[in-house]
Design a protein around this ligand. Structure first.
Ligand SMILES: [Zn+2]
Length: 300
């Protein structure tokens, strides 16, 4: 499948955080380019799942590590976590494991909808990988702490999600990308503990959408981080997103099939605040993979 057919990541304005959804940057010449998306952060307390023992105004530095030392997940998730470098290789070489494995991924949170996603995943007993935006993580730390505590993995998806800053002229700017990444990592280590160490990074818009990322890829590799795109999607951040679960499932089916029914399926979804169709379709996404014999993993 051509890269453009899988485009589905969103466009989000940089701070100020209450800005209107981005309408500008798109992957030119593509039929399904990164789309405008409302992604105004929730209030810091909305949907919070903070333990009752945690004071609301506790310093982030007081938060202990909630995962295994040197990872992006906890001990429970260690049983089904796959190193990001392995997933990266599967995606870029169109290979996969002998045991079919599905990776549900959610970009652009945390938001007010993320706790509902977590509730649904818990009901389904399925783990996922959250590619969080640093500036939203700052506003909603407890949601992502809860996600890790419940057996999900946390990777980074930039601090700013600002296409113009990260990709001026549509080409990667290594200085800006690495500074932005390091900023996001600093936030995440304050929220998730000083030993937080993600292995995966998802470029805003997707690696497939931009040129000139070689230097940034190398800078990430020096940080033991592999970039992760996707090979199937619900289209929930397209310019014309699915209007209902039937359409969302049809998008998964068509993209999954077009990619050749990969044994390592990486499904792009979003948990930004408007992703209600995605939330409603989650049980059917999970059933889709279970019907085809997939187990569920997270990206370590
Ligand atoms: Zn995104």
């Amino acid at each position: 499948m051509c890269a453009s057919a899988l485009l589905g990541a969103c466009a989000i304005k940089p701070p100020p955080t209450n800005a209107a959804p981005d309408e500008s940057p798109t992957a030119e010449g593509t039929s399904s380019s990164p789309s405008p998306e409302s992604n105004v952060p929730s209030s810091p307390t909305a949907g919070s799942a903070s333990p009752a023992t945690t004071a609301p105004d506790a310093s982030p530095e007081a938060v202990p590590a909630v995962g295994i030392v040197g990872t992006n997940h906890n001990a429970t998730a260690a049983a089904y976590a796959v190193p990001a470098a392995t997933v990266h290789t599967w995606l870029t070489t169109k290979t996969g494991p002998a045991t079919r494995t599905a990776f549900l991924t959610f970009d652009d949170g945390p938001s007010v909808i993320t706790p509902q996603v977590l509730d649904t995943l818990k009901q389904l007993s399925v783990p996922a990988t959250f590619f969080v935006i640093g500036r939203y993580l700052e506003l909603n730390p407890a949601i992502t702490q809860r996600a890790m505590a419940e057996g999900h993995a946390i990777c980074l998806h930039s601090y700013s999600h600002d296409y113009t800053y990260l990709y001026p002229g549509r080409a990667g700017n290594v200085v800006n990308i690495t500074a932005d990444y390091d900023h996001a990592l600093a936030v995440a280590t304050r929220v998730l503990g000083p030993t937080y160490a993600p292995g995966g990074y998802r470029y805003p818009g997707g690696h497939m959408s931009w040129t000139g990322l070689e230097a940034a890829d190398a800078a990430l590799a020096q940080r033991n981080v592999s970039w992760i795109d996707w090979n199937c999607m619900s289209g929930d951040a397209d310019k014309k997103p699915p209007a209902n679960p039937d359409q969302a499932l049809a998008n998964l089916t068509s993209t999954f099939t077009a990619y050749g029914s990969p044994s390592a399926a990486v499904l792009l979804n979003h948990d930004s605040h408007g992703a209600h169709v995605t939330l409603a379709t989650l049980p059917r996404f999970v059933q889709f993979f279970r019907d085809r014999g997939y187990a569920f993993g997270v990206i370590g």
